[in-house]
Write a protein that binds this ligand. Structure first.
Ligand SMILES: NC(=O)c1ccc[n+]([C@@H]2O[C@H](COP(=O)([O-])OP(=O)(O)OC[C@H]3O[C@@H](n4cnc5c(N)ncnc54)[C@H](O)[C@@H]3O)[C@@H](O)[C@H]2O)c1
Length: 431
């Protein structure tokens, strides 16, 4: 028998979990239920801090709004300026957030406003230049994912931030999730024994190539959170009809899907990717491009010698634990609920928008703590660069039909190189 508590209303939930960190023990099953007091103390840690951080944003589109909301909720942050090349968006953003200092040139903004932190929620081709410009001016950088278009850019971003002693974070937002922090602590405590394998499934919908640069970057970063640095990658990419993807299938992201963001060249419609991490853990990743799977399958099963943990979904997280290895598909997994992510400050259940805002605030808060403690942010630029390396290694391994080892060399875009060297519809490459 499994003891678990699923809350249907605030009242039931509060009744069910009165008390602080509560563990329910039943025979050899242990279900973690972290309760309301934990949520209260969690929120106390988000209260006023000493310093005031002046923050500016470059790129005032969708994520430019999401970051601005998070900044304005932090009592130690001030949203001082925004830069945007689209005048209507700039005006609407300025009015929405009550910010008067709006620029069409981000370098002018950085020089005039001298913010402490700049947030860069532009699309991928515009991550490198603003990051370098800010770092050279001694401004800390919080950049959107995917880190850059290629590893040459990403290396430069990391090196320039290091040279100028500024902190560099990438918005791989799953790292902020209290669920993922909890999973890390369960692993550290040996709750599922030694981790041997992670099975990850991409969020459905997008074809593998576009997804790698969009949601796959979150999935790969999520694997790195639990697995650490990667030793090698072995990938096989196919088209929807099952044939192996070729150089002639390389396309621009917006050629694959006109409404997707610009993330440069991509390849593959479905994908099967294996990673070995330096600590000996393996991972199998599936990109099956089926819209029905979406958040239900998007996530990771972490398989240990004494049990398994499953985590799912792109914004709000669901988590399950299973003890022992003697399971059939019909054996139940025990749900784990964390009040700190599921409930708001008033104890009401969160919707996806509220969860996203919470995670966005936690990401910003961690960057500020990293500045104050002079440590790496928990989603550092180096982590973001190494995550991009996993994406590019996926393409390179597919091309070579072999394992590729890290660090990946050369550092240019593997698909640009493949096209340059072999594309059959270019006269210079005709055999
Ligand atoms: N971390 C997450 O969970 C998450 C979620 C959604 C999107 N994203 C990422 O955020 C990034 C932005 O996505 P979006 O949907 O907000 O894009 P968007 O197109 O809505 O916004 C980008 C804005 O940048 C502006 N811009 C472009 N060049 C500029 C320049 N030189 N100076 C100033 N502004 C410039 C554009 O005009 C646009 O308004 C993407 O990389 C995306 O992958 C991350």
């Amino acid at each position: 028998m499994v003891l678990c508590v699923v809350y249907e209303s605030k009242q039931n939930y509060l009744g069910a979990v009165s008390g602080a960190l509560t563990f329910f023990l039943h025979s050899d099953l242990k279900v973690a239920m972290i309760g309301v007091n934990e949520a209260h103390s969690f929120w106390q840690t988000l209260e006023t801090r000493m310093d005031n951080y002046r923050i500016a944003i470059i790129g005032l589109g969708g994520m430019g709004g999401a970051h601005a909301e998070a900044v304005q909720l932090e009592t130690n942050c001030e949203l001082v300026a925004g830069a945007e090349i689209n005048p209507e968006r700039a005006k609407a953003w300025g009015e929405r957030f009550g910010v008067k200092a709006i620029y069409d040139d981000y370098e002018k903004m950085l020089d005039a406003q001298k913010p402490d932190i700049v947030i860069v929620p532009t699309q991928a081709p515009m991550h490198h230049a603003p990051t370098i410009a800010a770092a050279q001016r001694g401004i800390h950088v919080f950049c959107e994912k995917p880190t850059a278009l290629n590893l040459i850019e990403a290396d430069e971003m990391v090196e320039t931030c290091d040279q100028h002693h500024v902190k560099f974070a990438i918005n791989h937002i799953k790292r902020a999730s209290p669920y993922n922090r909890h999973v890390l602590s369960l692993i550290e405590q040996g709750e599922i024994g030694d981790v041997v394998l992670m099975k990850a499934t991409d969020k459905g919908g997008r074809k593998a190539g576009n997804s790698l640069m969009e949601m796959g970057t979150h999935l790969y970063d999520w694997l790195r959170l639990f697995g650490g640095d990667v030793e090698w990658t072995h990938a096989h990419l196919v088209q929807m009809d099952g044939r192996a993807s070729t150089v002639d299938d390389i396309k621009h992201t917006q050629e694959v899907h006109p409404h997707d963001r610009d993330a440069g060249l991509v390849l593959g419609e479905r994908g099967h990717v294996a990673f070995r991490f330096k600590n000996g853990i393996h991972a199998d990743v599936q990109f099956i491009a089926q819209p029905q799977t979406n958040d239900n399958a998007y996530g990771i099963d972490i398989i240990g010698t004494e049990g398994r943990i499953a985590i799912r979904e792109s914004v709000g997280t669901t988590m399950f634990i299973h003890r022992g290895q003697h399971q059939t598909p019909a054996d139940a997994w025990d749900p784990v609920h964390l009040a700190s992510e599921d409930l708001d400050e008033q104890g009401n259940p969160r919707d996806d928008a509220s969860t996203r805002l919470l995670l966005q605030r936690l990401m910003l808060r961690d960057l500020i703590e990293a500045i104050e403690e002079d440590r790496e942010p928990f989603a550092s630029g180096k982590d973001g660069r190494d995550c991009l390396e996993m994406i590019h290694a996926t393409w390179e391994s597919h091309r070579q039909e072999a394992r590729v080892y890290m660090p990946l060399t050369p550092r240019d875009h593997p698909l640009e190189r493949w096209k340059r060297e072999e594309r059959t519809d270019l006269p210079s490459n005709k055999k």
